[in-house]
Design a protein around this ligand. Structure first.
Ligand code: 5RP
Length: 237
């Protein structure tokens, strides 16, 4: 009997700027070498890169092991015949991931898809990091288009809201779920809150300072602000 989730992977929904995303997906997949452990981000660009990776693995005859960053990506790896391990069993030689915003210093906002905590774990563990973006992701200042997502312990949502309102003057809001009442619940059982980083917040804090502040706020288990990482951006420009 076949497992019902093991089927030809399909992205649920439309992929924006698909041609550009396919181009960077092919480029990053061409880096894969035999025996490597590769961290796989979540989101549509990472999905396309995973398809390109699976194609290369099969075409060239490579053996690679994947460290997925979400249930969905783990399922896609399995469906594509790519073995997976958790961070407990393998450290990525390199990883790829997408982003929602990239600033001129290569700080990132990630987490539209809600997988940013596991994405940051794999990102931090990888020895080399590639961010895959189409040109629409470049911003002059973080927060132009996206809020910074926070994963919050459910009991702490009021505490985190009030703390950040006091410290930053910006009030994070619970991201409403689609298909269930209430907020989005992460794979770790946290609630996602979105924090708008206003001009005033960024005038008072560098992205690195802000990331540290968020990491040190009691009740927050992780944020989608990726600041100060050594990484390479691959884009279609
Ligand atoms: C998911 C993410 C994604 O990498 C980010 O949202 C970009 O998504 P896409 O590749 O679909 O444009 O952080 O948590």
């Amino acid at each position: 009997m076949e497992w019902s989730h093991v089927r030809a992977p399909q992205w649920p929904g439309t992929i924006s700027n698909e041609a550009a995303k396919r181009q960077v997906a092919e480029r990053v997949a061409s880096r894969a070498a035999d025996g490597e452990v590769i961290g796989i981000g979540s989101g549509s660009t990472s999905f396309l890169a995973l398809l390109a990776l699976a194609d290369r693995v099969q075409g060239v005859g490579l053996a690679v092991t994947c460290v997925p960053t979400s249930h969905e990506i783990a399922g896609y790896c399995t469906a594509l015949g790519l073995p997976t391990v958790s961070l407990l069993a393998g450290r990525p030689d390199w990883c790829f991931d997408g982003a929602d915003e990239v600033d001129p210093e290569r700080n990132l906002i990630k987490g539209r898809g809600g997988a940013f905590v596991r994405e940051k774990l794999v990102f931090a563990a990888a020895r080399q990091r590639f961010i895959l973006v189409d040109d629409s992701k470049f911003v002059t200042r973080l927060g132009e288009r996206f809020a910074v997502p926070l994963e919050v312990i459910p009991e702490a949502v009021n505490l985190v809201r009030d703390t950040l309102a006091d410290v930053l003057g910006s009030v994070p809001t619970i991201r409403p779920a689609g298909g269930k009442d209430g907020g989005v619940i992460t794979e770790q059982g946290g609630i996602i809150m979105d924090l708008h980083v206003t001009e005033a917040v960024l005038d008072a804090h560098t992205p690195t300072d802000l990331a540290v502040l968020l990491d040190h706020t009691v009740g927050i288990t992780g944020s989608g602000l990726f600041a100060g990482f050594d990484l390479e951006v691959l884009s279609d420009s």
